[in-house]
Design a protein around this ligand. Structure first.
Ligand code: 5AD
Ligand code: SF4
Length: 464
């Protein structure tokens, strides 16, 4: 079947499956457990939207749920182990509660090895689907309730099946919006190109319409999601870049903040750098994963830039926008990483001065090129990891402390976890700020004067 026919067929029939579940199934408390990145968080929002359409009520506790969906992540070994532990626990629960339904989805299910392992070791799993066919959930539930022992469907590549799916967003005032799916970069350590398939950009008209709808329902901030957002547009059949998309989104009336995740240093164009100067809604924040500071290691990683290229890009960005907050992903212990290579990573971190960082110990992913390279001993990896944090955290603290006395804007997200008369939110630079406030502040962008800071968060006082 052609992709377009498949999509039409699926979407024409989905209402019947949804109606069946809505009318014929009584026990409808559901829980979605999400592992991994923002992409997965947003996929879970789509799953919840479908479940609610079928009449499910979302609950927080396993004990209260009749249907549990585990949305999995494959990026590191530890993430997979966590899922297996959870499925073991659910197996015991299901032995006592036979009518409990369990679905497993997400990146692990896109990988044949993990999928087969789940099928073999956890026969109590009723439904399996992947990252590229969330729309199939109602049909799979229908099959499962009609006696199918394992209702399973996987789609290798993103083929536009997410178009038209709504999402029950965790917060109304800040929303994730997919702009593209998949990844074509094949960094040698990474499993994502094998789990999420080939890169596909959504049509800009669909993206803009989705954001306009969100804004009309109260969204103030959008985060544009994709594995490599700055290569957006390459699969469109007309000339339109990521910078063009940002310009068009910047025009949407009522929208106040734009963020994006994640960008690749090899695809940062001058046009995009200028957007940080020209677009008033684009937050003063760039997450630009470097992964490693050694040009040799970057080559082995297939990252397609050198240490100098990366530092030049950062210099350009800082010269256009000196106040920009910078964030990164860094990995230690990539195969063959020498002490000298690692020193290059520390040197780069000292030069860039990141405001935030996500740090990882390299984890072997089967069937990726790096899995076959000579590995760094665990002890060395752990020791380097500690040394990396010793460089990153004091810089973060210094940069946060430099904000003391300054006024910032904060999109207030929630009550603070530490004190109930405090609220918490993020600055444009993605820094967490806690300050005295109440329910009426939540969802608003407020002016705050920073009064204190540490490596991970700021404290402030509301102005006005
Ligand atoms: N081991 C450790 N970290 C990894 N990442 C991706 N693959 C691996 C791996 N095999 C990290 C990268 C990426 C982030 C999302 O996860 O830093 O940017
Ligand atoms: Fe993985 Fe590299 Fe693609 Fe990011 S750009 S998802 S690290 S292959």
């Amino acid at each position: 079947m052609e992709n377009s026919d498949l999509i039409k067929d699926l979407k024409d029939n989905v209402n019947e499956y949804m109606a069946f579940i809505k009318e014929n199934i009584d026990k409808k408390n559901a829980l979605v457990i999400t592992h991994g990145c923002q992409m997965n968080e947003h996929d879970s929002e789509k799953i919840i939207w479908l479940l609610e359409k079928m009449g499910y009520t979302m609950v927080d506790e396993i004990d209260n749920a009749d249907f549990i969906v585990v949305n999995t992540c494959s990026v590191r070994h530890s993430a997979e182990d966590k899922v297996y532990g959870q499925l073991g626990n659910l197996k015991n629960i299901k032995n006592k509660r036979k009518d409990l339904k369990i679905a497993v989805c997400g990146c692990m299910m896109q990988r044949e090895e993990s999928r087969n392992y789940v099928i073999e070791k956890f026969p109590n799993v009723d439904i399996i689907f992947g990252t590229n066919n969330i729309w199939k959930l109602p049909e799979l539930l229908y099959s499962s309730y009609n006696g199918k022992k394992l209702a399973i469907d996987i789609e290798e590549n993103p083929i536009g099946l997410d178009e038209g799916l709504g999402a029950t967003r965790a917060y109304g005032f800040k929303s994730y919006v997919n702009i593209m799916y998949g990844c074509n970069n094949f960094c040698t350590y990474c499993i994502v190109p094998y789990t999420r398939g080939r890169e596909t950009s959504r049509n800009p008209k669909d993206i803009i319409k989705e954001i306009e709808d969100l804004v009309s329902h109260g969204t103030k901030e959008v985060t544009l999601l994709g594995q490599n957002v700055n290569s957006y547009g390459k699969t469109l059949d007309f000339d339109y870049s990521f910078a063009n998309l940002l310009e068009d989104i910047n025009e949407i009336e009522g929208l106040e903040r734009i963020r994006f995740m994640t960008s690749h240093p090899k695809d940062i164009s001058d046009e995009l750098i200028m957007a940080f100067k020209n677009l008033d809604k684009l937050c003063n924040f760039l997450h630009l994963p470097v992964q490693a500071g050694s040009t040799d290691v970057l080559k082995k990683m297939n990252r397609k830039y050198s240490k100098e290229d990366y530092l030049n890009t950062i210099e350009k960005i800082k010269s256009i926008n000196p106040d920009i907050a910078l964030s990164t992903d860094i990995m230690v212990g990539f195969p063959g990483e020498t002490e000298e290579d690692f020193e290059d990573t520390l040197d780069l971190c000292r030069k860039v001065e990141y405001d935030t960082s996500f740090t990882f110990i390299y984890s072997v992913r089967e069937n990726t090129p790096a899995a076959k390279m000579e590995q760094v001993p665990d002890k060395v990896k752990h020791e380097r990891f500690e040394r990396l944090l010793d460089v990153l955290y004091p810089i973060q603290e210094k940069k946060n402390k430099a904000l003391i006395g300054q006024n910032v804007t904060v999109l207030v997200e929630d009550f603070s976890k530490k004190r109930d008369d405090y609220v918490t939110g993020r600055t444009e630079g993605f820094k967490l700020v806690n300050f005295k406030g109440d329910e009426s502040d939540i969802g608003k962008i407020v002016d705050v004067k920073i009064t204190d800071a540490n490596s991970f968060s700021l404290e402030g006082e509301k102005l006005g």
